[in-house]
Design a binder for this molecule. Structure first.
Ligand SMILES: [Zn+2]
Length: 317
């Protein structure tokens, strides 16, 4: 979506997507055009303040750029859990941040501007609803499968964030009560079985000799390697159980999947559809479909900006 120039009078949003691997910062127009963007590595393990300083610098650089003067609102999303009531973030994969006052820091970066804060999965849901795979649906589950698994819920045509802002955090839905331990402290969560990290770990534990990465496993699966096929089948089955369970609970009609692991394509989607047909037995969820997201890497930025524009005193839809 980069490259199109929006009307020069429209206000812009500063969008920040905070994750355990990278911090993305962009300037987004109300029509979803990303007019400026930068990405820096999260300095994991260097302490809470070092991470905050990296974020502050990246955001400051973008604000000092050619579009900074027109920024009227700030949208922030973070890996979860978050607490939108207190503006704090405690991302599972960033051990230095526990109840870190993220929005207090953002207020210092852009003093006086209205802001919105969301779980990254909730921002993703906002983007899919506005521009992506959920555009023509009123009830959808949005899932991102990469090193972890996140998501967001769209019900009755609205993104639903829940009391603390973590609704739709599907990675920690339990799909196997006797399953492997999860980073959240629980057991048998879908993230502990179907995330990219978990798929690679299971393959290695079961004798995989190649590179422990989903891209390498996918290549082997396409060539008929039984272990690689089994690794994706197991992950797809866990995802199918999570999607069917969510569909039974929330009466959704579509699941929109994004994230690095979904880039493997049919190696994942074929067994996912097959297992979903097994698990989705109830009449109202039998027709559920799974679709890959048409949005790219900037999806969370688009969603954060979207939520920010909606938070303006005079909201921009
Ligand atoms: Zn978990």
């Amino acid at each position: 979506m980069t490259g199109t120039t929006s009307a020069s009078s429209s206000p812009l949003a500063l969008a920040i997507d905070f994750g355990g691997t990278k911090i993305a910062v962009g300037v987004v127009a109300p029509d979803g055009t990303v007019v400026d963007a930068t990405e820096v590595r999260t300095p994991a393990g260097q302490g809470a303040e070092a991470i905050a300083a990296t974020l502050t610098k990246a955001a400051g650089d973008v604000l000092a750029g050619p579009h900074g003067a027109r920024v009227a609102v700030v949208g922030v999303c973070s890996a979860g859990p978050v607490d939108v009531r207190t503006g704090t973030a405690s991302p599972l994969n960033v051990s230095d941040w526990r109840e870190f006052p993220l929005m207090e820091r953002v207020a210092a970066i852009a003093p006086g501007l209205p802001s919105a804060f969301a779980l990254d999965g909730v921002a993703l849901a906002a983007a899919e609803l506005a521009y992506g795979g959920a555009k023509d649906h009123r009830d959808a589950l949005v899932i991102t499968v990469s090193t972890g698994i996140g998501g967001g819920l769209i019900l009755d045509g609205q993104v639903r964030a829940g009391q603390s802002g973590n609704a739709g955090h599907i990675g920690h839905l339990v799909v196997d009560v006797d399953g492997p331990e999860c980073a959240c402290g629980g057991r048998g969560c879908v993230e502990a079985i179907a995330s990219g990290t978990s798929i690679a770990r299971w393959a290695v534990d079961n004798g995989w000799q190649g590179e422990p990465a989903t891209a390498a496993l996918a290549e082997a699966a396409r060539a008929g390697d039984e272990l690689a096929l089994a690794a994706f089948d197991r992950a797809a089955r866990a995802l199918a159980a999570a999607i069917a369970g969510t569909a039974a609970l929330a009466d959704i009609e579509v699941a929109v999947l994004s994230g690095g692991v979904t880039q493997v394509g049919e190696v994942l989607f074929e067994p996912l559809r097959r297992h979903l047909a097994e698990h989705a037995g109830l009449s109202y969820i039998r027709g559920i479909t799974v679709v890959p997201s048409p949005l790219g890497r900037s999806a969370c930025l688009l969603g954060a900006a979207r939520l920010a524009f909606a938070a303006l005193p005079d909201p921009i839809a």
